[in-house]
Design a protein around this ligand. Structure first.
Ligand SMILES: Cc1cc2nc3c(=O)[nH]c(=O)nc-3n(C[C@H](O)[C@H](O)[C@H](O)COP(=O)(O)OP(=O)(O)OC[C@H]3O[C@@H](n4cnc5c(N)ncnc54)[C@H](O)[C@@H]3O)c2cc1C
Length: 381
């Protein structure tokens, strides 16, 4: 059973503790799901998470901006502990709807009713083949023509690509060079000219696609905020959701430790449980330490945002960087302490080993988080 002592930390209120208990019970009953058809699995997960009220926490209903980040982090941590694909389905409803919940007009916020109910799947389309970490060099264009915009270009590695009901698409409107010439649009999946050019497979499968936009026309009302605000919108959304990526990594790491504790207690070698070997205890201590340190950074960042900070770039980057990098190490130790069982295809530990890797790449690779932290630290010197 995963450690829950952190719930007594001052970052949390009673509402967080009762949310934790109800989602823990739901997850124990409903997860993991069958991953053999990831599209259907994700559709079903979104429907069930919506029906049972958990997606209400991914976006506020009343136009108040950011969701409660501590609740989002608790949700991702719990769900990731049971099932990485379910965490993905939950998280993308928040990330995909993030630009609308933070900046949308009341008309645009109608989408949130659907994402919260699990009736429409959301997606966040920022990355292009030539502009992964270098967001300011996005090439996709959006050209104003009377009362509409015309979008042309490609997006790649888009989560929920192929199953989303709508995409938040970032494109160049050209108010200035670089970051200040980007804008964000809401593009319904069925819009003419938007096609799934390729389904992309990874070591931990989930719905992903390369999307082509060929003369895609959307009304001017699909623009979020003002022309030229796209980069600010993308970074503000990532400011909220990067911390939650750290929370998902924390969930994976906690599961790896739980599995390892059971293994080293039950496995007898040299006449005693493996847990009695001091070098094994050294690994266990390091795993527990990494998990607590990651949790402190994750919930510090979440709490700071919830307390009203406009931007938490430094805190969110620290949380994501540390929690994801250390979870990789915790899981690697779990593989080692499981021996051959740790690399058996289909085992929990093998699944965690595959699932953690991408978290150190998406929503800003680890090196990019270091740049953010260094800039903020140097700026404050
Ligand atoms: C599973 C998965 C899901 C994804 N989902 C989405 C999604 O829903 N929406 C979306 O828009 N994108 C998504 N992406 C794309 C993701 O955001 C990008 O992969 C990421 O931003 C990195 O871009 P890149 O892959 O082009 O790597 P590159 O930008 O080519 O970078 C490669 C590596 O170079 C290093 N690096 C880069 N810049 C620097 C620097 N300045 N200094 C030092 N080192 C550096 C880093 O180690 C980085 O990992 C997803 C990716 C994956 C793997």
């Amino acid at each position: 059973m995963a450690d829950k002592s952190f719930l007594a930390w001052p970052f949390f209120e009673d509402r967080h503790r009762s949310f934790h208990a109800s989602l823990e019970a739901w997850s124990a009953k409903n997860l993991p799901v069958d991953h053999s058809d990831v599209d259907n699995a994700c559709r079903n997960l979104v429907t069930r998470l919506g029906r049972d009220g958990f997606l209400n926490h991914t976006a506020p209903v009343d136009g108040n901006g950011a969701p409660d980040v501590r609740t989002l982090c608790l949700a991702r941590e719990i769900i990731a502990r049971y099932d990485g694909l379910a965490d993905f389905a939950f998280a993308l409803q928040g990330l995909g709807a993030g630009a609308i919940s933070l900046f949308g007009t009341s008309e645009q916020r109608a989408w949130l009713k659907k994402t919260r109910a699990g009736e429409s799947i959301a997606a966040f389309a920022l990355t292009e083949a030539k502009s992964g970490s270098d967001v300011a060099s996005i090439e996709m264009t959006a050209t104003r023509n009377g009362g509409e915009y015309r979008l042309d270009g490609e997006k790649t590695w888009i989560s929920n690509g192929g199953i989303a009901g709508f995409y938040i698409v970032f494109a160049r409107t050209g108010e200035a060079l670089g970051a200040k010439g980007l804008s964000a649009f809401i593009v319904p999946a069925e819009t003419a000219g938007l096609v799934v050019a390729e389904r992309q497979k990874t070591i931990a499968p989930h719905p992903l696609a390369r999307l082509r936009f060929d003369n895609v026309r959307v009304p001017a009302s699909a623009l979020i905020c003002k022309p030229g605000d796209g980069f600010k919108i993308a970074m503000s959304v990532l400011d909220v959701f990067r911390t939650t990526v750290g929370a998902a990594a924390l969930g994976f790491a906690r599961r790896a430790l739980d599995e390892t504790l059971q293994r080293v207690t039950e496995r007898k070698l040299f006449g005693a449980p493996l847990a009695e070997q001091q070098m094994v205890q050294g690994h266990i201590a390091e795993m527990a330490l990494d998990i607590d340190a990651a949790a402190l950074l994750v919930y510090r960042a979440a709490w700071t945002k919830d307390m009203g900070a406009q931007r938490v770039s430094r805190e969110a980057s620290m949380a994501k960087l540390f929690a994801t990098d250390r979870a990789q190490i915790v899981i690697d130790k779990a593989v080692q302490l499981h021996g051959a069982e740790g690399v058996r295809s289909g085992s929990v530990i093998e699944r965690l080993y595959r699932e953690i890797r991408a978290l150190r790449i998406y929503e800003g690779a680890s090196d990019v988080q270091k740049i953010v932290i260094a800039r903020q630290t140097l700026g404050g010197a």
